[in-house]
Structure formats: C-alpha cells, structure tokens
Design a protein around this ligand. Sequence first.
Ligand code: SF4
Length: 448
Amino acid sequence: MSPSPAPDRHRRRRAPRVGFVSLGCPKALVDSERILTRLRAEGYEVAPSYTSADLVVVNTCGFIDAAVDESLDAIGEALEENGRVIVTGCLGARPERILARHPRVLRVTGPHAYEAVVGAVHEHLPPRTDPFLDLVPAQGVRLTPRHYAYLKIAEGCNNRCSFCIIPALRGRLASRPIGAVLQEAERLVAAGVQELLVISQDTSAYGADLRYAADSWRGAARETRFLDLARALGELGVWVRLHYVYPYPHVDAVLPLMAEGRVLPYLDVPFQHGSPQVLRRMRRPAHAEDTLARIAAWRRACPQLTLRSTFIVGFPGETEAEFEELLAWLEAAQIDRVGCFKYSPVEGAAANALPAHVPAAVQEERYARFMERAAAISRRRLAARVGSRVQVLVDEVAGSVAVGRTAGEAPQIDGVVRVEAAGRLKPGAFATVTIHGADDYDLSARLA
Ligand code: SF4
C-alpha cells in the first residue's frame, strides 16, 4: 500500500473502507480472501492506500523469525500511516509479542479465525446498513459461519429504479470475469464452504457490461453470463443459491439446472410490487413482464422451486386499488418467503419528487395487511411440507437442537428447520430429516 490523499469529505455517504496487508503462505492468502470477500459482500470497500482506509487489517506470518520481523514491521508501518490496525494471522497466536511492540493495535486475532477479524472490523468500523441499498441484510451482518459464503459477482447497476441511489453511489454494472468468480468460488469450497450465495445488484444482468466476454475455467470455454455461471458453479458440488435475479425471459433457462439438482431450486426475485402502474413509477427492470405467467412456467419446469421476494408498500402515489392489486398478485403468485419494507425516501432518489406520498399511518396499515397475507401463504406452503424427507444444512447447535435450513431457506433472511435430538450434529454438516411440524415461518423435524 502507498500513501494517498486524505479521505473525501463525504465520508458518511460512502462505504466504509478497509485497507489490507496480507503476508505469509497460500493458506493465509485464502483467509485474507475470505475476509475480504465477506467484507465486500457487506458493502465495505477495499482501500488501495493506508490514508484512504478507515482502518487496516494486517494478516501476519509467524513461521520463521524473519517472517515475524516482517510482520511486526508491517504492523508498525500501518500504525504510523493509518493509526487504526487490526492484526490477524499466524503471529496473532502470540498476541503478547505483538502487543509488547505495538500496544496501540485495536485487536489481535489468531490464525484462520476470519470470523473474529470480521467481528473486530464490525466493532471498530460498523458496516453501513440500509435495507434499500445493501445486498446482505442487516441481520446478516454478523459473523458468517465457515460453511456458507457470499460470492459477489458484480458491482454497480445499470437500472434506474426511482427509489434507489445505488447507480449514483456505486456506478454502472461492472461484472467480474467469470474465470475470476469461479476461481474465488473454488477457493471458498476448498476452505470448507458448503453453500455459495451468489449476490450482486442485478444477478440476471451479469456479464452484459462485458458483452458476455469469453473466459475459461477448468480447461473449458465459459462466457461471462448468468447461465454459464450457474452451470459452472453447479459443478462444484456445493449448494449454490441465486439472489437478486430479475424475471427476464433468459432466466427461464436456469430452471432446468434447478430441476436437475445442480443449483438449489430457490430464486430470490425482488419483485417489489404487483401493480404494473406502481412498478412503472418505480422504474423497475422487467416491469413490463407478465410475472405471474413467468412464475407459473418456472414452477412447471421445477415444481420444488422456492421463491423469495421483497416488496415495498406505501410507495409514493400508491392508491388503495393499487395496494389491493399487490395483495391479489401475492395471492396468485404464492411467494414462499417474503420481506416487506415501508417506503421511505432516500436522499437523492428520484422518487422523492413523485407526488402523493402515502401517510405513515396508511403505510403502517398496509404493511400489517401485507404481512398478514404473506404469513398465511407461508403457513400454508410450509404445512404442505410436513411429512417430507429432506436434506438440511446445519447452521448451529444449541443443546439437543440443531438449527438448519433446507434448499428452501437462505441464511439470515428466511425461516429455519429445528431438528430435535440432534445435538451431536456439527455446524456445516448435512443431515437427512423428516419434517413433522410447521408454523408461520419455521419448520421442525426429526433425524430420518
Ligand atoms: S436494480 Fe434498481 S434497486 Fe436494484 S440496485 Fe439497480 S437501481 Fe437499485
């Protein structure tokens, strides 16, 4: 890293920036990549210089004396140039050695403890969380267990939704070449990840900015496009979950991969509304598509498909009739998993200038009605799963209960499956269970 001009004045509006110094062997490098992947998925930016960083993480090596000296020097340099330093890596196993020379470091964590590093970054440089801006939900901004990881495939967005300022903040769509994404995915799988959560602002647009550039991976030609990516990730032998997919016709082609079990039969599609007029005012991508027909076709192609979506109620100008249209759409679409926000203006968004903002009390009332309808749908759909035998991925174990998810639940945002008498399972393990109970959002099960 090299010195650079001081951070800009608009610090509150921009993403928090983390500088990173990575020393040591390839294993340490994998840890560094995992830390950075996680932080980038949460909206942090990687700073190219000490002075443009809000804090610096130094991933150290302590293998031989020369490496220890190099690490201690690197920590000293980061403290001098930036002042706010978190230390991790092999030398972190000997914190007394670091603290004796550099008592000002914010935190020391040990080798391969990337969860602890990410936790320390959260503590000293909290992530910016905004439900309208962030890909990873606020409740998801905590430590990701080792067995799942977010895979960010692109930055920015070419759409111009009227309630959103992401294109202004993060720029136009900038896809990562498919080879680079797949290499990162391979490294994550090699590090023990069992589930990859593919994220970007508009996953179905992946590669459009690169004109679907040709690349290669595992000796075969691949194009930087949504379908090729899904197909290739499906070769890794882990769960692959697709988030932020828009209902464009080309998405249909991914359903056969789901039906064949290569990619999880799960689609996170931010529909946002069911009224064509509101969608037009929102300037949503694919607002002219017949989404109900598309959903029906998807379910025919892959009957086990779980659909997740988010919605905004009380968008400027939303009439009672338009809201009723949304409820009718939701009933017809039978969306399995639903999140809902009451519209709130974001500084700089075009929707602020729209007439007829909906009063807070009306927003509140519509939110309650919407969630009631969504819960009833969820309850019915979960009840239909009682008696089925399914695979769960265990996220945590508390006493005798293992808490996990099936293909139909994404971590942090959907419900869970509580597996009784399963205290011997470990996080990251797969288990076959029989579902025996369901409530509005969660399932209960026994080991099969
Ligand atoms: S698709 Fe719309 S809401 Fe999503 S980032 Fe792009 S402009 Fe914002």
